[in-house]
Design a protein around this ligand. Structure first.
Ligand SMILES: *[C@@H]1O[C@H](CO)[C@@H](O)[C@H](O)[C@H]1NC(C)=O
Ligand SMILES: *[C@@H]1O[C@H](CO)[C@@H](O)[C@H](O)[C@H]1NC(C)=O
Ligand SMILES: *[C@@H]1O[C@H](CO)[C@@H](O)[C@H](O)[C@H]1NC(C)=O
Length: 337
């Protein structure tokens, strides 16, 4: 770790003075036509966030709960077609906006804008505590997989079952710089662009342009629509979006230290804790950042019942592109529980 500490210092010197709070947001802008969005939105405070979330039945304390977590650069509206399929089957469905994405905001200007894996997972548990929900099914893709993996692994008593695209993305920081083949790095180039001040300012200048590029690149055969992109872009109008988006990659690649508040959880996560709750894992076969596999490589991370599916004809945003398959996975994991 000595070498890593040196790099933290180097990057503190290189990056921090250049990182300013740029934001191309115009929070007052409105749209004329209805967008495919989840509404209405509720708000609740945790110790660090005011979480904006959709809740299909806020007063139902009996229905089974499913908590659905979005990825980057997406939003809660990813789940617009999944929610009715689950409510129809008796679920209370809760879809929170992650830290950095509207309508979620930080309560304090001094809280570090960390997107480290421990924080993303803890935010789910904090939300459940605030809503007085004891147990739920967690489901996610992309960053949402990191969040649901962490919450399921560290708080199994709060999780009835987990649905996760790409199975297991909890990272051991010791392997953050492990050698990777060129074909893999060439699909992940943006992780590295976001380490630089130029990547930061480019994202700040054109959040929607970046989303359009990454949606196309990471799901090359998906014909997404302009209203779907416009709906997601509502989430990027957040003063912390660019800090959080870039911090996710900077933290994972050891270019930004974590928030000391999560240090103990971060160390537990370096051990890559096993997921013991029932799991359904999904690998889309048209998502080049994480090529689809048969699930065996991740098997050692799961100690409970697990079913793995390859999702044919689908890119990285399974819930928006194949909502029935994503909803079916939630129903399937409930059967395993
Ligand atoms: C959340 O916290 C903020 C800041 O402390 C406060 O202004 C607001 O009233 C709180 N909201 C709720 C719903 O408690
Ligand atoms: C900033 O983004 C706008 C689109 O929102 C684009 O027209 C412009 O060229 C961008 N500027 C730079 C320097 O990238
Ligand atoms: C799954 O894929 C791995 C390579 O990642 C291979 O070694 C293994 O034989 C495959 N298992 C099955 C059951 O196809």
């Amino acid at each position: 770790m000595l070498q890593l500490n040196k790099l933290f210092t180097l990057n503190t010197l290189l990056l921090v003075p250049l990182i300013t709070r740029l934001c191309a947001c115009d929070p007052t802008a409105t749209w004329n036509s209805p967008l495919p969005t989840l509404a209405p939105i509720q708000h609740i405070n945790t110790s660090v966030l005011s979480i904006g979330y959709y809740d299909s039945s806020p007063h139902d304390t009996i229905a089974p709960v499913a908590i659905l977590i979005h990825g980057f650069p997406y939003s809660i509206h990813t789940y617009v077609d999944v929610v009715p399929k689950l409510t129809h089957r008796g679920y209370r469905v809760i879809v929170p906006a992650m830290r950095g994405y509207s309508p979620t905001s930080f309560l304090s200007p001094t809280t570090p804008r960390s997107a480290e894996q421990a924080a993303l997972g803890k935010d789910i548990i904090d939300l459940m505590d605030a809503l007085e929900i004891k147990k739920a099914i967690f489901a996610g893709y992309d960053w949402g997989t990191v969040a649901v993996n962490v919450a399921a692994a560290l708080w199994p008593d709060r999780c009835l079952g987990m649905v996760a695209a790409n199975s297991y993305l909890i990272q051991n920081r010791e392997t953050a710089w492990a050698i990777a083949p060129p074909a893999s790095l060439s699909e992940r180039w943006y992780f590295y662009v976001f380490l630089t001040p130029q990547g930061y300012s480019s994202l700040a200048n054109d959040t929607k342009g970046w989303a359009e590029i990454l949606w196309s690149k990471n799901s090359p055969n998906w014909q997404f629509t302009q209203p779907q992109l416009d709906a997601a872009a509502l989430a990027f109008r957040n003063p912390d979006y660019v800090d959080i988006a870039t911090n996710f990659y900077r933290n994972r690649l050891l270019y930004a230290p974590g928030d000391p508040m999560y240090a103990q959880l971060a160390e537990q996560l370096d051990m890559q804790p096993t997921i013991s709750v029932p799991a359904v894992t999904l690998d889309p076969n048209q998502a080049p950042v994480f090529p689809a596999m048969n699930g065996s490589a991740a098997a050692a991370h799961f100690s409970g019942p697990r079913i793995h599916h390859i999702v044919e004809g689908c890119g990285e945003n399974i819930p928006l592109q194949k909502p029935q398959i994503f909803a079916d996975a939630v129903l399937e994991v409930a059967q395993l529980a």
